[in-house]
Ligand binder design. Structure first.
Ligand SMILES: [Fe+2]
Length: 507
């Protein structure tokens, strides 16, 4: 029964022409590697990827012995690393075995740009993106959900928008809250999903995960999908789900072992922490062209005596969630070493993403302990931009340090720039942006705009970076701002050195 429901889910997400759907996903891995991951119904002794430079000649094979599952999962997660690839080169590949053994689909990916390559490129960024369709965000919802928080008939969702924009970005960065499988009980209580027992809830939880990853394959089979942890990956109970009709509040005690402690998230992905000194899928870094990207973990392992929001005893009220690294202050020790090692002559841009915001008008959604531990390092090492979500709004702020605006604004600031975009969309949609907004707020979207969207970062050259909010419904840009950083040391290698870009202008 579980198998058939997964196949139904695959068919429902068949906007793309693939004949099979095995949740295929890619991740950059060091200078010359690509991690290929996919799911199968059975354990695979030696998962393999056939690959080559031509679609007709997949004459290389990479294999592994990593085919893993966990209690209540309906599938196995297979992970195979392809190494010794050329930079910025398109390869064709086919994982084996796939869910549908007679699939004729051949996939392709393009490898990472070499650090120091100044060619302009764009990246897509989402936070708080859930399952679309019958198990998530669609044109209907349970009675408590506002009509402005569901899709209108014919409205294009964020996954479809990203799929329609594949030519416009090199990879997709998803900084936490992935799929919203822990909404299963909320969706049942609100009578959006059929009622089931608490014991049967694990199957619903897993079906939401499977549906999301199937839907995402239209993007993630060809674009690296770099992810980080959010609170909705941690446990099955959505930090406490209330059944008002029966006056019951469910907590983490209802969660089966497979739905606690980030289990699905740990099994599903293989982020490049092993080659960047990070920890699992929780914190790591990678270079791509003129940019050094850093994923932080705002959910656990803050160190310095703080309990992470998702850890047992943390602000989310979870239990059965552990720190992921036993070394004291492991994350900030790593972050400082990673930042100190950046060669700004090769990667002048340093971009950080963490699930929770350090600054936001919705102050209840910020993470003050995250600010305590991370901000001094972000300031010290002159990080250019900090991205976050968690609050289901879009808000662009000024460059900030210790709550003060950089006097230069976006014209060569010293302080990090902050943007929160948690408006990608999930079952019950957007939040309200608190009013009045903080004085350092520059632009905001929320329920009143009823617009889902994603972020596009465009690195024009060594000195200019544009952030766009792209509305998912029609791919129009609702907000655009360009950051200028004077970097005399790379002016000679920059195609537009010394020139100044206005907002939204191609540089
Ligand atoms: Fe969140």
């Amino acid at each position: 029964m579980r198998v058939s429901s997964l196949l139904v889910a695959a068919a429902a997400a068949s906007a793309h022409a693939y004949t099979t759907n095995s949740q295929i996903r890619l991740a950059y891995h060091g200078d010359s590697g690509m991690m290929v991951s996919w799911n199968t119904f059975n354990h695979v002794e030696n998962p393999s990827v056939h690959w080559g430079l031509s679609k007709d000649r997949l004459n290389n094979i990479a294999t592994s012995n990593v085919s893993i599952t966990y209690p209540t999962s309906t599938t196995y997660n297979n992970h195979v690393l392809i190494n010794d690839l050329r930079p910025d080169t398109t390869y064709f590949y086919k994982p084996s075995p796939l869910m549908k053994s007679n699939s004729t689909d051949i996939f392709n990916f393009t490898t990472s740009r070499r650090a120091g390559d100044n060619t302009p490129f764009s990246v897509a960024v989402v936070v708080d993106l859930g399952t679309m369709g019958s198990k998530g965000l669609t044109t209907s919802a349970g009675a408590p959900v506002a009509s402005t928080n569901i899709l209108q008939p014919g409205e294009r969702n964020t996954i479809d928008s990203l799929e329609s924009s594949l030519a416009d970005f090199d990879f997709l960065w998803h900084a936490g809250d992935i799929a919203y499988a822990d909404y299963w009980l909320k969706e049942e209580i609100q009578q959006f999903l059929p009622n089931t027992t608490i014991q049967g809830g694990a199957a619903v939880y897993e079906s939401i995960l499977n549906e999301f990853y199937d839907e995402m394959m239209a993007i993630t089979a060809s674009k690296p999908y770099m992810v980080g942890p959010g609170n909705h990956e941690a446990n099955c109970d959505n930090a406490g789900t209330k059944d008002k009709a029966h006056n019951i509040t469910y907590d983490s005690s209802i969660c089966m072992p497979g739905q606690t402690n980030f289990t699905g998230f740990k099994n599903h992905f293989r982020m490049p922490s092993d080659v960047s000194g990070g920890t699992g899928n929780f914190w790591y870094s990678f270079d791509h062209g003129m940019v050094h990207f850093i994923q932080l973990d705002t959910e656990t392992d803050l160190g310095h005596g703080f309990i992470g929001p998702d850890e047992t005893g943390g602000s989310e009220g979870f239990f059965n969630v552990d720190p992921v690294n036993a070394t004291m202050n492991a994350q900030t020790t790593w972050l400082e070493a990673d930042l100190a090692a950046v060669d700004r002559s090769k990667t002048p841009w340093v971009i950080v993403a963490g699930h929770r915001a350090l600054y936001l008008s919705n102050t209840d959604d910020t993470c003050s302990t995250c600010k305590d531990v991370f901000e001094p390092l972000l300031i010290k090492y002159k990080v250019d931009l900090v991205l976050s979500g968690h609050s289901h709004i879009y808000e662009r702020l000024a460059p900030l340090a210790e709550g003060k605006e950089d006097p230069n604004g976006l014209e060569n600031p010293t302080f990090p720039w902050y943007i929160t975009n948690g408006a990608a969309g999930h079952y019950d949609g957007l939040d309200v942006l608190e009013s009045p907004r903080q004085p350092y707020s520059r632009f905001g979207l929320d329920t009143t705009n009823a617009t889902y969207g994603w972020s596009r970062l465009t690195f024009h050259n060594c000195t200019h970076l544009t952030h766009d909010f792209v509305a998912s419904n029609n791919n129009t840009v609702l907000d655009s701002a360009t950051l200028f950083k004077a970097r005399p040391w790379c002016a000679s290698s920059s195609s537009n050195h010394g020139e100044h870009c206005n907002h939204g202008e191609d540089c």
